[in-house]
Design a protein around this ligand. Structure first.
Ligand code: MG
Ligand code: ZN
Length: 163
């Protein structure tokens, strides 16, 4: 079985915007993200993005643009010889009461099935309590990224724990 690191997107990989990331231009990836993802892969983790994107069903962004934004991230990562293995997103609004919007664990559970992931060896990193709640419901560890922390700092501390 595989082990994975699940990453929330907004606030972890890129700057969060209160008015949603609507264009590639608004998609501002934090500087040390490629390095962090590279490091995770080196440690043998599959790296999967798990993101709530209610902007889709709010009619703020099209699926096409959302995919373009994710391809832009892949482009940036490729320039650094790394990549995200898979993106899972929930397009629903909170009032749609879907099964996939975090804190529901559906996206994590689906990813675990698709990639034969051992949740006991896996971790979700997010900047919201809902990320951690989803992680716990899916049976993996949750690490909360604090406001003053970067993904690379968390990854580096994971490396220390594994040594
Ligand atoms: Mg977030
Ligand atoms: Zn959903």
């Amino acid at each position: 079985m595989n082990k994975a690191v699940f990453l929330d997107r907004d606030g972890v990989i890129n700057e969060e915007r209160k008015d949603y990331v609507k264009t590639i231009k608004e998609f501002q990836v934090f500087d040390d993200v490629p390095k962090a993802i590279k490091q995770l892969k080196k440690l043998g983790f599959i790296v999967i993005v798990i993101t709530n994107q209610s902007a889709v069903n709010r009619g703020i962004i099209t699926l096409e643009t959302l995919n373009e934004i994710h391809m832009e991230l892949q482009k940036i990562l490729k320039e650094n010889n790394t990549s995200i293995d898979k993106f899972y997103f929930c397009p629903h609004k909170p009032d749609e009461n879907c099964q996939c919007r975090k804190p529901n664990p559906e996206m994590l559970i689906r990813a675990a099935q698709d990639y034969n992931i051992d949740m006991k060896k896996s971790v979700m990193i997010g900047d919201s309590l809902t990320d951690i709640q989803a992680a716990h419901k899916a049976g993996c560890k949750g690490i909360l990224l604090e406001k003053n922390q970067t993904l690379l700092q968390i990854v580096n501390s994971m490396v220390d724990d594994l040594l």
